[in-house]
Design a protein around this ligand. Structure first.
Ligand code: 1CP
Length: 354
């Protein structure tokens, strides 16, 4: 049996999907992590209107508008669903608030009893406003743009659940390294919830999904394999058991020399890499296995000027366009001047057809 994307695979004119499928794109696909966000005045306005960040996430009408804001201003190849990785723990039963200027605050999970209190029952359904946003964006976005859904990777999400905030990962690292049984169970729960959540996003119209492991760099090598790579590999396998050919981007941020292992065995169509990785290391560790996404330093984008042009030139000329999704090494910073974003995208476009 041919899989559902078979026809599209051969003929897609969407640059980002072409690269995920291993083809040469019509132009270099570009998007930016956190492209919908505080550096845009129109985001800040809607965010104020919604009252809180979580209200914005759960309001399909406003979340759709926010998702599309960067595509109205810039010549981008993807829209990323506006939501947050911490909605999954909330749907599992954790309490979640975003303290103004402080970031997320969650109830903590540090024992068998805390893990037993989490509920996988109905978790996918509780996130249904998110799928409504996906459906609306899929219907409204420009046709050349790809809609990317996402979730956090089990390790990164577990670290927020264990610490209750984003500032430290000491207790989470200890639980992982000590091999606590409740920690292993928490990871399994997050794998299962993430499969259901991403399958629902794909069925609602997401054309690819990204799994963010923002804190993958905190794990020593063998723990990385066990708690970052292996759960992500299982999520990808679980998604494809339901949706054969589903396209997935893995982002094991700051994983250093573990990136090669990840690229070879996670099963992702592309691997996102942070800005510390040189073009030579990307060619050696990622390109033999899959496409790469990245990795301009967000501070280089913020700084702008001719050095930004040179950094773009080095990145783009160093990588085969059939294997490269142009992006940052991490999320765009709120202070980034909009003119620098325009300059970045124009500079990449100058290389198309060259
Ligand atoms: O006040 C505000 O407006 C909230 C700021 C904000 C935004 C715009 C947060 C709070 N989350 C988001 C949206 C978001 N988060 C998106 C969708 C939009 C897009 O990418 O354009 C995505 C994909 C995320 C993912 C996310 N949330 C990650 C993984 C990526 C990364 O940046 O490493 C993480 C770690 C979070 C947690 C989170 N959400 C928000 C904050 C302040 C934090 C904590 C970050 C930290 O601990 O440093």
């Amino acid at each position: 049996m041919t899989h559902p994307h078979a026809a599209e695979r051969a003929t897609t004119s969407k640059a980002l999907l072409a690269v995920l499928d291993g083809h040469r794109p019509s132009r270099r696909p570009i998007w930016m992590m956190r492209q919908a966000g505080r550096y845009l005045p129109e985001y800040r306005e809607l965010r104020a209107q919604a009252g809180s960040f979580l209200n914005l996430c759960y309001n399909p009408e406003l979340a759709t508008e926010v998702t599309l804001q960067p595509l109205k201003r810039f010549d981008l190849d993807a829209a990323i669903l506006f939501a947050d990785i911490l909605l999954v723990p909330q749907a599992l039963g954790a309490s979640l608030t975003f303290a103004e200027g402080e970031g997320p605050v969650l109830s903590t999970v540090t024992s068998d009893r805390d893990v037993a209190a989490l509920s996988l029952d109905g978790v996918v359904e509780r996130l249904s406003p998110i799928y409504e946003t996906v459906r609306r964006v899929a219907a409204a976005k420009p046709s050349h743009a790809t809609l990317i859904g996402f979730c956090g990777a089990p390790w990164t999400v577990a670290s927020y659940m264990i610490e209750g905030r984003g500032s430290s990962r000491q207790n989470a690292r200890l639980a992982a390294i000590a091999g606590e049984p409740w920690f292993a169970r928490l990871i399994d729960i997050l794998v299962e919830a993430s499969v259901g959540y991403l399958v629902a996003q794909l069925k609602a119209g997401a054309e690819a999904v990204q799994i963010f492991d923002s804190w993958a760099g905190d794990l020593p090598a063998h723990e990385f394999r066990r708690w970052s790579l292996e759960p992500i590999r299982k999520i990808i396998e679980g998604i494809r058991a339901e949706i054969p050919g589903a396209r997935v981007i893995g982002f094991p941020r700051a994983a250093g020399t573990n990136v090669a292992d990840f690229a070879a065995s996670a099963g992702a169509n592309a691997v996102g890499v942070d800005s510390s990785m040189s073009v030579e290391a990307i060619r050696r560790d990622v390109i033999p296995y899959c496409a790469v996404q990245g990795n301009l330093d967000p501070l280089q984008l913020l700084a702008g000027g001719e050095r930004l042009d040179r950094a773009v030139d080095e990145l783009v000329t160093g990588l085969n366009p059939a294997r490269h999704i142009v992006n940052l090494g991490h999320g765009i910073l709120p202070q980034t001047p909009i003119d620098n974003v325009i300059r970045f995208i124009e500079r990449v476009r100058q290389h198309d057809g060259a």
